[in-house]
Write a protein that binds this ligand. Structure first.
Ligand SMILES: [Zn+2]
Length: 336
């Protein structure tokens, strides 16, 4: 049994599904150097796009599409590529401060880390309820109940056999491994994540901004990162707050900021990449545009959701270009 995925009409700026991403990356890039770092369980390529800059030591990465049920992260990564390629986003709008920040860094973009997870979810959850998204995030067991992803459990689900499911959702890769949750801090069972880690080891990145979506705008500090990185996240928050406020957009408090922060009892991709590739890691949780709770209001437009992600990226690049991550990496790992 297969579940038909609803096709929902979206504007051009919301370039979020697997086929559109593939088409964009194979036909629209002229400045960026695209490589395939590996393939998903079901054989879909995982792309890395590089924008070299010989005038800076600051090497940063943006990752979209870790979770398949978070399409805005993919759309925002492609809008970022559009800015780099065309000077405008996919809605034709200029972002002069972001373009100036892009000029100061050597950038790597992974628009869609988990294409198998993206392929089982609709192109948008805009103006839908969070419970609809939960079905696509988790997937369905054969009896129609949710795959028990257990987002808040201390003993969460790391793996669910796709043979026991109608489909496994966007939290998983095609083989049934939770894409952002590890049993080990040395490697990932998800081939997409491991392929990216293998590629990143040689890139000397200073930091990664991992784009996610849970309904609200806020930055997540990787709680398992040591103290030198906490100030990087706080600096991001200091700079981002007035920009979001100036646009009339909500921005939550820095999540995971405590002294000392308490890490979860298992491993996320953040700590895997931090320990194996010696870099900083921040995650930004953007909006989905849900209905159903006062907290989800006002309902943003799809472009406003993209614009919020691009603001998060801009501040990340500025903090990186000003040396915050380089200093934290040196304090933690010593000179390269
Ligand atoms: Zn996510």
């Amino acid at each position: 049994m297969t579940i038909p995925i609803p096709r929902i009409a979206v504007p051009d700026c919301w370039l979020s599904n697997v086929d559109w991403v593939e088409q964009y990356l194979t036909t629209r890039l002229s400045r960026g150097r695209a490589t395939v770092v590996g393939h998903s369980t079901h054989g879909r390529p995982v792309h890395l796009v590089e924008y070299p800059d010989d005038h800076t030591e600051t090497r940063l990465m943006i990752v979209g599409g870790t979770h398949g049920h978070e399409p805005g992260t993919v759309a925002s990564a492609i809008n970022l590529l559009s800015l780099l390629e065309e000077g405008v986003d996919l809605d034709g709008r200029e972002h002069p401060e972001l373009l100036a920040a892009l000029d100061r860094v050597h950038l790597f973009v992974v628009p869609l880390l988990n294409p198998d997870g993206r392929a089982v979810c609709p192109d948008t959850f805009h103006a839908q309820g969070v419970d609809t998204c939960t079905i696509y995030a988790s997937g369905l067991q054969r009896d129609g109940s949710l795959v028990p992803y257990d987002a808040d459990s201390l003993e969460p689900c790391y793996y669910f056999d796709p043979a026991d499911a109608i489909f496994v959702g966007g939290q998983f890769n095609g083989a049934g491994w939770a894409i952002n949750r590890r049993l080990s801090d040395e490697h990932s069972e998800a081939v997409e994540v491991q392929a990216l880690l293998d590629a990143v080891r040689g890139l000397e990145l200073e930091a990664v901004l991992d784009l996610h979506a849970c309904g609200y705008n806020f930055l997540m500090q990787a709680r398992s990162h040591p103290a030198p990185y906490w100030e990087c996240a706080r600096e991001w928050q200091r700079r981002a707050a007035p920009i979001f406020a100036g646009k009339g957009r909500q921005l939550g408090a820095l999540n995971g900021d405590a002294d000392p922060p308490r890490p979860p009892p298992f491993f996320f991709n953040s700590i895997l990449f931090h320990r194996q590739a010696h870099l900083g890691w921040l995650a930004f949780e953007g909006r989905q545009g849900y209905l159903g709770r006062p907290g989800f209001m006002p309902l943003p437009s799809l472009w406003e959701i993209v614009d919020d992600y691009l603001t998060a990226v801009r501040v990340f690049l500025e903090v990186g270009a000003d040396g915050w991550f380089a200093r934290a990496n040196r304090a933690t790992f010593g000179a390269r």
